[in-house]
Write a protein that binds this ligand. Sequence first.
Ligand SMILES: *[C@@H]1O[C@H](CO)[C@@H](O)[C@H](O)[C@H]1NC(C)=O
Length: 93
Amino acid sequence: MKLAMVLMLVALPVYCSAGSGCSYLERVISDTSDSSVTADVYLASLQEYISSDDTTQAIKELRECFLKQSEETLENFSVFMQVTYNSKLCAAF
Ligand SMILES: *[C@@H]1O[C@H](CO)[C@@H](O)[C@H](O)[C@H]1NC(C)=O
């Protein structure tokens, strides 16, 4: 959950203030915990933010942490993120 918060805090101000709403962030978060999205597709979707092999490796490891969680944990994570998107905090950006 700590990592999720980091992802969220890093990404929210960028995407929610760029006039695109939070849809990019929502997709990244949902892809993060969706095992049907392959690692290659996931990394490709983040391509423009990856500047080194170290970053690629860190993202792979981070995502593996998510994919190892139980379905119930991922479901709870998803619910938590939905609550966050729907909160006034997101609109405030
Ligand atoms: C998921 O959320 C429910 C409801 O808050 C809770 O009872 C349950 O323990 C949570 N499960 C996990 C794996 O975190």
